[in-house]
Design a protein around this ligand. Structure first.
Ligand code: 7PM
Length: 292
């Protein structure tokens, strides 16, 4: 049985799990000030849980494609109040950050998982998670720096390059005493990659399973989906669900999504059809249902 060991929860990855995105950008929940922003963000967390999210991922927008970094104090002020509330909701809570200071404060507050799009490469980041006895960790691949990474992405073999990078990060964490059971690996859709690179990573995603660590995939609303559908970000729901299912079919254990309800329904249908590995707790209970 595959589990993802985190601070408070051993997450059963026998079936793909859904991680709901809680994006704490100034434009998301903050019109009305900091306190109102926190309440609105927590209401969104509760919505995602009703919709069937297994994990919540809270991000203060530290590293986004094309963006400037956010100061530590600002990121802490956005993330910590929501984290405190989310930790009371009964599911594992992840914090999306690249900053060791934010990692330490989040872990001190009780965060279950550190999700780092930079793969814990900032000085002190590995030490921040290694100092914790059991927090979960998502290590993502990114080529270049957020501000410029989409200018000229280049790979000899994108899957081999991503696999080599992730293997090196797993080895570094092992040297610092972090058990493999605490990790998931993420190919980093859209982080220093063209649409062709992203789709090659999806087509060949199973090759990354050879690393022996569960995979997390984040396709939700991303520009590669716009590239194939011609649709703007607000019209990528069907494309996002399709990509999440494809990632699950290709062996991803955790799907990071905005549209939790739709993704959960889609997974239920594929699970009922035997296209995905089992799972019972939040899955369909066919025996107790009528034939409609
Ligand atoms: C603007 C551009 C806002 C991009 C937000 C984003 C991932 C992640 C993000 C991912 C993991 C988004 C991204 N993407 N963490 N954080 N994997 N592990 O689309 O793909 O949410 S931020």
């Amino acid at each position: 049985m595959t589990v993802w060991t985190t601070t408070r929860y051993a997450i059963d990855l026998a079936t793909p799990r859904v991680m709901g995105i809680v994006n704490l950008t100034p434009d998301s929940f903050s019109d009305g000030g900091r306190h109102a922003g926190t309440s609105a963000a927590l209401a969104h967390c509760e919505r995602l849980l009703k919709d069937g999210a297994d994990i919540l991922d809270i991000g203060g927008e530290s590293t986004r494609p094309g963006s400037d970094p956010v100061p530590v104090d600002e990121e802490l002020a956005r993330v910590l109040p929501v984290l405190r509330g989310a930790l009371a909701l009964g599911v594992p809570v992840s914090v999306d950050t690249v900053k060791p200071e934010v990692m330490r404060a989040a872990l001190e507050t009780g965060a279950d998982i550190v999700n780092d799009v930079n793969g814990l490469r900032r000085p002190g980041a590995v030490e921040a998670v290694a100092a914790h006895p059991s927090c979960g960790i998502c290590l993502m691949h990114m080529q270049g720096e957020p501000k410029s990474m989409q200018e000229h992405p280049h790979y000899d073999d994108v899957v081999a390059d991503v696999a080599r990078f992730l293997a090196e990060r797993v080895a570094t964490l092992a040297e610092h005493g972090v058990a493999r059971e605490r990790l998931t690996l993420d190919p980093g859709v859209g982080f220093g990659k063209t649409a062709a690179h992203n789709f090659e990573l999806l087509a060949r995603q199973r090759e990354l399973l050879a690393l022996g660590v569960p995979l997390l995939a984040g396709w939700s609303r991303k520009s590669s989906l716009g590239a194939v559908t011609g649709r703007p970000i607000g019209q990528r729901l069907a494309a996002s669900v399709a990509a999440a299912l494809a990632a699950a079919l290709q062996g991803a254990s955790v799907l990071r999504v905005h549209d939790v309800a739709e993704t959960v329904d889609a997974l239920k249908v594929w699970r009922a059809a035997g296209l995905l590995p089992g799972g019972t707790d939040r899955g369909s209970d066919l025996a107790s249902q009528s034939g409609r």
